[in-house]
Design a protein around this ligand. Structure first.
Ligand SMILES: [Zn+2]
Length: 362
């Protein structure tokens, strides 16, 4: 069974000058996959995205946000100048169009998984989405791709339990906002691991943010100390994600994959290697195998060291295709003793205490 790769040149048309969230990110990924003959490999299938409908965008966004993206894109087109939705979030003449395809690429991949054409998928899309909430685009993000895909699966495909894993280095605050009170028609658990908000944008994602109402106990934040390496995310998986998923039994796993946790990424201060995300994905795949009929859809968020990101994406594709041993490895990195002690003796026990009222496993 094959692994889908969503890509189309429309994603390059969200063209925002010298901004770090550049079209070159995707060019580098696709060039590297070509160089490695991934696209000729019959185990991989290129998926052509479609446009999401406005009704689908409205599953999570207010009309005013959609109108703003459309109008600011038109202004950029008319003036032939990049415009801004906020200080960080730039828009070109084709941003609105590319954003509809960015969401739609994820929906198309979800459909192909459900139709049995592919086993799982990686959506190499942009603009990214996880910082945008219902009413505001932020942090290089336009429409919240993963949140819309989640609601799509619940509302149109009848899923009841979706797990979102966000491993971008920045807290997935937009996705968290959208699901803070849960989803009306299903249950959503969100696991976000990110560099501690005291040291990085957007400054949120602390242990106390656990959701409310129907969503209470289902927002699970893992604020990693700066310089944490690959070992610490595996601890999060083993101690928190695995027991929660055994209890929650997600029917579909959606991943917001950022590759800005790499130790060389200039926007962040983490210590992951290019094999770090793939090794984490191996564990997530076991959960998907057990409870989700192997259904995993990965959507691209951040990642600004383009050559490292391309290799890390390649590694994730290899894991999706069950070639767990065929990863490109760089020298392994481990967190220093002080960080390990903090995570094992303070952070994880504090998380378990917070989650204890909501999950029997704690
Ligand atoms: Zn990020």
């Amino acid at each position: 069974m094959t692994t889908g790769i969503v890509y189309d040149d429309i994603y390059l048309e969200h063209r925002i000058g010298t901004h770090v969230e550049s079209h070159l990110r995707l060019i580098e990924i696709m060039n590297f996959l070509k160089e490695k003959n991934v696209l000729e490999d019959p185990n991989f299938k290129l998926i052509e995205p479609r446009k999401a409908t406005l009704d689908q965008i409205k599953y999570v966004h207010e009309d005013s946000l959609i109108r703003e993206v459309c109008e600011v894109s038109q202004l950029a087109e008319k003036t032939n100048n990049i415009q801004y939705l906020d200080m960080d979030t730039a828009v070109s003449g084709k941003t609105y169009e590319a954003s509809l395809f960015s969401v739609g690429g994820n929906l198309q991949a979800a459909d192909e998984i459900l139709e049995g054409n592919i086993k799982n998928a990686f959506a190499a899309v942009r603009p990214p989405g996880h910082h945008s909430n219902s009413y505001k685009c932020a942090g290089f993000c336009i429409f919240n791709n993963i949140a819309i895909a989640t609601e799509y699966l619940i509302r149109e495909k009848g899923f009841k339990r979706i797990a979102i894993v966000d491993w971008d280095c920045h807290h997935g605050n937009g996705t968290q906002d959208i699901f803070y009170n849960g989803s009306e028609n299903g249950e959503v658990v969100m696991f976000s691991s990110h560099q501690d908000g005291r040291t990085l944008y957007p400054g949120s994602g602390f242990l106390g943010e656990i959701g409310s109402g129907k969503g209470e106990g289902k927002i699970i934040n893992f604020p990693m100390p700066p310089r944490a390496a690959d070992d610490i995310i595996i601890t999060f998986f083993d101690e928190i994600i695995s027991p929660v998923c055994k209890e929650f039994k997600p029917e579909f796993i959606l991943i917001s994959a950022g590759f800005d946790t790499h130790w060389t990424d200039t926007l962040t201060n983490m210590g992951w290697t290019i094999q770090g995300p793939a090794n984490y994905l191996k564990r997530i795949k076991e959960i998907a195998k057990e409870y989700s009929n192997d259904r995993i859809l990965i959507t691209l968020e951040g990642g600004y060291e383009v050559d490292k990101q391309a290799r890390a994406v390649y590694n994730c594709l290899k894991v999706l295709n069950d070639e767990d041993e065929n990863l490109i490895q760089e020298e392994s990195r481990t967190s220093n003793k002080e960080l390990l002690t903090y995570v094992n003796e303070k952070l994880i026990p504090a998380m378990k205490k917070k989650l204890n009222p909501y999950w029997n496993c704690f």
